[in-house]
Ligand binder design. Structure first.
Ligand code: CMC
Length: 391
């Protein structure tokens, strides 16, 4: 009973006020705290963007150094957390491991779960941002049967992550500046995207007063789906399956076929009805990285040709379907050496910054209350129970 607005998928419901990220989907504009994503991706660093999202302003040099120092201090995880990994099968999807391990952090860091205390909230935020690369790298190391590496805090946030992922104890790992720059840029491009499904999940989980580690684990679970963060893995798998440009028309035809559930992965967006500004930077970065690393991946040609065909096809034009952030990211990640199963983990690592920024904003907002959508009931009216022998 009751007259509620029916809005499946929340296409026209604003769930909160926010000062963090602005999107104009028709114009293809994305601003973080007012700064265009293109400028941040080209000129800033992930740590600086993390500070910006969390604190609201770009840091001074001293503020940035102090923030990096704080994040660096928190990069280690409790030794006992390593045992969690051993409970998983080696072939477990790393996103399954991420859901479990990040959720478990609340059992290790009780001293930062009082969400009413702003100091504890900031410690939890720093811990999450700092420990994500360590946890993600450990998920990778576990899958390939190599020893976990401790963080090396003389390296940058991104360099440290690359070393923990690809380094081995027997050899010195030299961070390739081209790879480090590309990885940092990918992190910036994934850092926040206002009230997307996983961020809304974090906010909804947190609205009940749940601890921050549990809320971020909920966000990771939501991000995993192929319609959301899982699209980067699905997009590269699709491009590899297409394999050569001559097979593109077949896949475009399938995407247009109403009776075929197939969709072009890395295409389309709920908000962008224009080119996703993150995809513009991603395509450019993919070209640069492949060239600088000397990688010849035919999948990049397939991607560009597929994009070209789709953008000239009336189906995609009418529905305003453009490449999104996930279309080109997999090509770069694959050139760097990540297996496809790690792609969404990298998205989660970067998005943690947005999640914690949004989580803090929500808790500080006096208007927020427990998220409790209503429904339009379409089931049976009242009826009497019939014992099983009479049914
Ligand atoms: N390929 C073919 N047709 C598509 C696609 C696609 N990728 N995306 C949407 N459509 C069609 C869809 O069939 C529908 O047609 P009709 O109106 O005739 O029923 C129309 O376009 C609108 O689609 P929708 O599903 O109602 O739109 P939505 O806003 O609910 O979905 C989306 C947005 C991102 C889930 C969807 O575009 C999609 O499934 N894309 C592929 C997965 C993907 O790349 N996801 C990553 C999104 S960006 C990063 C992130 O959020 O993590």
């Amino acid at each position: 009973t009751g007259a509620f607005t029916y809005d499946p998928g929340f296409t026209s419901t604003a769930s909160c006020e926010s000062k963090i990220t602005y999107i104009d989907g028709d114009e293809g504009v994305l601003l973080h705290r007012g700064y265009p994503i293109g400028q941040l991706a080209e000129q800033s660093s992930f740590m600086e963007v993390a500070y910006l999202l969390l604190r609201g302003e770009l840091p001074s040099k001293t503020e940035l150094d102090s923030f990096i120092h704080t994040i660096t201090r928190h990069t280690m995880v409790h030794e006992q957390l390593a045992m969690f990994y051993r409970g998983f099968r080696r072939d477990a999807h790393p996103m399954a491991i991420m859901c479990g391990v990040v959720g478990a952090l609340s059992a290790f860091y009780h001293d930062s779960t009082d969400i009413d205390d702003p100091v504890q909230r900031m410690i939890a935020s720093h811990r999450l941002i700092a420990k994500m690369p360590t946890i993600a790298a450990m998920a990778y190391k576990y899958s390939v049967g190599q020893p976990f590496l401790y963080p090396d805090n003389s390296l940058s946030y991104t360099g440290n992550f690359l070393r923990m992922t690809f380094g081995v104890p027997a050899e010195e790992y030299v961070v390739d500046p081209v790879v480090e720059k590309a990885m940092d840029r990918i992190f910036i491009l994934h850092a926040d995207h206002e009230q997307n499904a996983s961020t809304s999940t974090v906010r909804l989980a947190s609205s009940s007063g749940a601890n921050p580690f549990a809320c971020i684990a909920a966000g990771i679970a939501c991000l995993w789906g192929p319609a959301h963060g899982g699209a980067n893995e699905a997009a590269l798998n699709m491009l590899r399956e297409i394999g050569t440009p001559d097979r593109i028309p077949e896949y475009v035809a399938r995407a247009k076929d109403k009776d075929d559930p197939f969709r072009l992965m890395g295409f389309g967006h709920r908000v962008y009805k224009n080119y996703d500004p993150r995809a513009t930077v991603m395509q450019k970065t993919a070209a640069e990285v492949l060239e600088k690393l000397g990688v010849k991946d035919p999948v990049f040609d397939v991607a560009r040709e597929l994009e070209h065909m789709a953008l000239n096809d009336p189906y995609f034009i009418d529905k305003k379907l453009y490449p999104n952030v996930d279309f080109y990211s997999g090509i770069i990640l694959s050139a760097i050496g990540f297996p496809t199963t790690m792609f969404t983990v990298l998205f989660a690592l970067a998005r943690t910054v947005g999640w914690v920024a949004q989580w803090n904003e929500m808790i500080e907002d006096p208007a927020q209350k427990i998220g409790r959508p209503r429904q339009l009931y379409t089931g049976h009216t009242q009826r009497d129970y019939v014992p099983v022998d009479k049914r």
